[in-house]
Design a binder for this molecule. Structure first.
Ligand SMILES: [Zn+2]
Ligand SMILES: [Zn+2]
Length: 434
């Protein structure tokens, strides 16, 4: 088999891996994401839909699914993913199209009709079901602990097998069961390396510190704003909040896409560590609804409670409106719960204690700002342990690192090589015969 690296090479974003047979025409594309950084080169390397046998989407994050509609503009390819990934992808892709329309300077290649065609060609798979997708090729989707519905992919082709981890998490979270290395024999491992140089703090410590801060702010009469992405991170935070906080005393408000995503989550039992804990947490939260939105938001802003709202880095979304209501209050706090890209309003807020208004002006803030590491990616030791626990067929143990910043990836690849693997960080467009 041949593996070509079309994206997310020495960078995070626009994930895409092509697996081709050396014996027949089987050609399977794993993910085709978009890198949203405002530059022109946003998509992975070009590949024609008609040359593909199948496409697999590992999960509903735009850096993995954002470019998939391209293959359905004038053609169609069998598309495989879990049912929940299909549902969430649909919401996110529609949102991406709306945002592109709103910022009319952004040219998007496809519209919502394309999504209908994409939907019709999607074949949903359950975890661990081995499925034939080409003449002699099989895929198996396996839980990878990242977000609900996410999967790693085992591709079997030419009497060989490769495992693509996609984004994975070996930490048990409120929402997710951690990833476990599959027992099947493999000839190559393509793995993410987002946190290839750092370990996360133990999760329960993070939860405890987060809750201690939330309680301190609530008891002093303030408001807590948690800027969080509506998919997975918001629900995780709601589960943590409801585990420790009495919502009848301190209301917990949720704004933005999290409402719709929570509704989709509630339809499936299989993708969660504890479905009923999740459901309870979602049902005890106060969602800002479409009716009386203005009044409800005013109420949330004034409340001695917690608000969970997007976006996670305060680049847009309703979190900005809530932030503007709390930044001058020393009794209130903004608690960020995800990585903050340098230069984003969230990062400036955290590190410089300044709020950036829409017109670019910055102002010193009075409220507290703290970061809590609720990552949905494995840390360095977990990544290394995962590779060590994989069942390699031969002693060469080929590992290819993707999905990480260049310096991180190079250091991680060195660590893998020292641990006895034959590891590399492929460059964009590199193609390797296994
Ligand atoms: Zn992801
Ligand atoms: Zn990703």
């Amino acid at each position: 088999m041949r593996i070509s690296f079309l994206g997310s090479c020495r960078e995070v974003g626009r994930s895409a891996v092509l697996v081709e047979s050396e014996r027949n025409n089987d050609r399977i594309l794993l993910d085709y994401g978009v890198k949203m950084d405002g530059t022109e080169d946003n998509f992975p390397g070009h590949i024609r839909g008609r040359d593909l046998t199948a496409i697999v989407v590992t999960h509903a994050h735009i850096d993995h699914v954002g470019g998939i509609p391209i293959f359905f503009i004038s053609g169609a390819v069998p598309l495989y993913m879990t049912r929940l990934t299909q549902d969430i992808s649909d919401v996110l892709l529609r949102d991406m199209i709306n945002i592109a329309r709103y910022n009319s300077n952004t040219d998007l290649l496809f519209d919502k009709d394309v999504l209908g065609r994409m939907h019709r060609h999607t074949r949903t798979l359950r975890y661990n079901d081995r499925t034939q997708v080409g003449d002699e090729s099989f895929i198996t989707l396996i839980n990878n602990g990242h977000i609900p519905g996410s999967a790693m992919v085992l591709v079997e082709m030419d009497d060989q097998a490769m495992l693509y981890t996609s984004d994975m998490n070996a930490t048990q979270t409120q929402l997710m069961i951690p990833v476990v290395p599959p027992t099947q024999k493999i000839d190559a491992l393509v793995m993410e390396s987002t946190y290839g140089t750092t370990d996360h703090q133990p999760r329960l410590d993070v939860e405890k510190q987060f809750i201690e801060k939330v309680i301190e702010v609530l008891e002093s009469g303030g408001t807590v704003l948690v800027p969080a992405f509506g998919v997975s991170r918001s629900q995780e935070i709601l589960m943590v909040l409801h585990k420790y906080i009495d919502a009848s005393k301190y209301p917990i408000y949720v704004d933005g896409m999290a409402r719709k995503i929570g509704g989709l989550y509630k339809r499936y039992r299989t993708y969660f560590r504890n479905y009923w804990d999740m459901r309870n947490a979602l049902e005890k939260s106060n969602y800002i609804s479409r009716d009386n939105t203005f009044e409800q938001r005013q109420q949330a802003k004034r409340a001695n409670g917690v608000i969970v709202a997007p976006s996670g880095m305060l680049k847009g979304g309703t979190a900005r409106m809530y932030a503007e209501a709390v930044i001058n209050d020393p009794n209130s706090a903004i608690l960020v719960v995800s990585y903050q890209i340098p230069g984003t309003p969230g990062e400036v807020l955290l590190n410089e204690h300044k709020y950036t208004f829409n017109n670019g002006e910055q102002q010193e803030i009075a409220c507290q700002v703290l970061k809590f590491d609720f990552s949905s990616h494995s840390g360095k030791s977990q990544l290394l342990d995962f590779a060590k626990q994989c069942n390699f067929r031969d002693s060469e143990k080929k590992v290819f690192a993707v999905h990480g910043d260049e310096e991180v990836m190079i250091s991680f690849v060195n660590d893998l090589n020292e641990a006895g693997f034959k590891a590399a960080a492929p460059k964009q467009g590199e193609s390797i015969k296994i």
